[in-house]
Design a protein around this ligand. Sequence first.
Ligand code: HEC
Ligand code: HEC
Ligand code: HEC
Length: 180
Amino acid sequence: MKAKKVTLMLATFALAVALGAVAACSPSGASDLAETGGSDWDAVVAANPDDPYVASYEAEDPATLITMHKKLGNTCESCHDEEIASMVGTFDELVGPSEDTLATREFCLNDGCHSWEKIVDSTILDGDKTVYNPEGLYNVHDNHRGDVDCGQCHSMHGQPTLNCVQCHYMDLPEGWDGFE
Ligand code: HEC
Ligand code: HEC
Ligand code: HEC
């Protein structure tokens, strides 16, 4: 029988925290931009419906992280500046972040959006038992790999990938890919 994922934090509690926090948070720190520049972004989005980043926002696919962030009230300008706006429409497909300010720890933990204390023990996956890990429990956020950027696993607009699976067997959460 396959073991189940152990979630130490109640999902409802996490959601309540997220709802409370996101109302005031802005990863790009661009709350002013959101007030003054909103119409520019509206025009950019309207002019580029086929851009894969715009399309992922509009698709409302529950498997994509952007959908939950959209439901919490985030728009393009909550997370991006004018430089990103100028890139919209130039993509044929989703690519990884092309600058190191996207999906970094600073970005996602900025302005109270996410609290590391609340995340750090939230996701422990069952996997192979080894001499070094006799219980076979793998904390994806707290491990020997150190504090790596969120975007190494999570993807805002696309498919998330768990890099631990390069070296360990563990049960992937639903909707996640591992490197084969
Ligand atoms: C909650 C934050 C968030 C929101 C809202 C958001 N994005 Fe993103 N965006 C990201 C992150 C994080 C990345 C890095 C790649 C990834 O994780 O998919 C990204 C990547 C991008 C990129 C690629 C940039 C690069 O340098 O490669 C574009 C273009 C983009 N987003 C456009 C948009 C548009 C257009 C919207 C609104 C329709 C939007 N984003 C809404 C967080 C966000
Ligand atoms: C090594 C890969 C990895 C890294 C790096 C990572 N995460 Fe995660 N995270 C996961 C996995 C896997 C899940 C479980 C997703 C699921 O169950 O669908 C998760 C779950 C979450 C959750 C939901 C937790 C809950 O309460 O159920 C949040 C919020 C989160 N991560 C935020 C972050 C943030 C913010 C960062 C960066 C500071 C980050 N993660 C870095 C892999 C990672
Ligand atoms: C490049 C290979 C590699 C990757 C990627 C990797 N590990 Fe490991 N890990 C090892 C090795 C080697 C050991 C020690 C021997 C063993 O247990 O197989 C280890 C040991 C562990 C242990 C037990 C002892 C300890 O140091 O905590 C845990 C738990 C663990 N890894 C979790 C993770 C998680 C979670 C990820 C993803 C964020 C991950 N590892 C990614 C190679 C890797």
